[in-house]
Design a protein around this ligand. Structure first.
Ligand SMILES: [Zn+2]
Length: 322
């Protein structure tokens, strides 16, 4: 009988799920609207129904043995989703609630950590024991592996590189501070840089035709690849900020590689090259020439679900009782 894990990625708008084998093969998947405004119990109810239906639909020789969840502010230690900013919930013991409903072990962590575990099990970090995954979406998330273990820290929330300060008195951040890395390096940060450049430069750019809210990181990547000068300069600036931040991060975790993930990474070497050059320039001498910058090897559309399932597989491997 084949064992599978259910991976669930709870997002602000949609919640994706999939049944994943130990080899990382997705047996069946789908997505539902999160409808965060209706509360966590409602989402839990719909997820439970889906799980039971999905499990019944799979061949009789498939055995669902556990659930992994990636969620904003998901706390691995407590199993809680703690005051998630984009869901508008209070702290909810989501893992415990789901475990009770399904009578299965359930583990939870935040989305960036889940992506890092996904890279470790099914992606670019398969053979690595020390690496850092940087997720570039609305914000910047990070999952840090040191000595073959994901770093959770004192309370489960270690690894918030997105909120390290890269510019004193810099851009306002959603967290309430100023100058955080993610205000420069994220899809939103990249857009802010594009609009600053558009106001400063006179050159032609297709980006002048697009409104801020209609622009995505992936689109800017496409414009840059097509030769748009503003988009290219925006990636150059973004890469410089990121490279400095990675050099700093290397000083306390000495990874084999940094792995970049997210729609804007479609720009490829247009983001990787300036990042690498800035990182090398700021790295401590003993690290120079030894740390790679890679892009994710997970399929973009199912990466979050694979990561969540990998969390469950990791629990099953490392814990007697999961
Ligand atoms: Zn911040």
């Amino acid at each position: 009988m084949q064992s599978v894990m259910l991976g669930i990625d709870i997002g602000g708008t949609n919640t994706a799920y999939g049944f994943v084998g130990e080899d990382g093969i997705l047996l069946s998947d789908g997505q539902i609207p999160t409808l965060a405004g209706e509360g966590p119990e409602q989402l839990l109810e719909r997820l439970t129904t889906l799980t039971v239906k999905g499990r019944d639909k799979l061949a009789a020789e498939v055995n669902l043995i556990g659930v992994g969840i990636g969620a904003p502010n998901g706390n691995y230690y407590t199993g809680n989703i703690e005051n998630p900013p984009n869901l508008g919930w209070p702290t909810v013991p989501f893992a415990r609630m789901m475990s009770k409903k399904l009578n299965l072990p359930v583990a939870i962590t935040n989305d960036a950590n889940a992506t890092a575990i996904g890279e470790k099990y099914f992606g670019a970090a398969r053979d690595m024991e020390n690496f850092v995954v940087i997720t570039l979406g609305t914000g910047l998330g990070s999952g840090i592996y040191v000595n073959n273990e994901l770093v959770y820290g004192e309370d489960g929330f270690a690894g918030e590189l997105g909120h390290t300060c890269v510019q004193v008195k810099g851009r306002d951040c959603a967290c309430g501070n100023q100058g955080c890395l993610e205000t420069y390096v994220s899809a939103t940060g990249l857009k802010r840089t594009v609009f600053e450049l558009l106001s400063r430069r006179t050159g032609k750019s297709t980006l002048r035709e697009v409104s801020f809210n209609n622009l995505s990181g992936q689109q800017i990547a496409e414009f840059a690849l097509a030769g748009d000068i503003i988009a290219r300069e925006a990636f150059q600036i973004t890469g410089e900020y990121l490279g400095v931040a990675l050099a700093n991060a290397a000083a306390f975790s000495r990874p084999e590689a940094f792995i970049l993930f997210g729609g804007m990474v479609a720009a490829g070497e247009l983001i990787v090259n300036p990042t690498y050059m800035a990182m090398e320039r700021h790295l401590l001498g003993v690290y120079r020439g030894k740390i790679n910058i890679l892009t994710s090897a997970l399929p973009g559309s199912s990466a979050a679900v694979l990561g969540a399932a990998a969390l469950a597989w990791n629990e099953a491997k490392n814990k007697e009782k999961f």
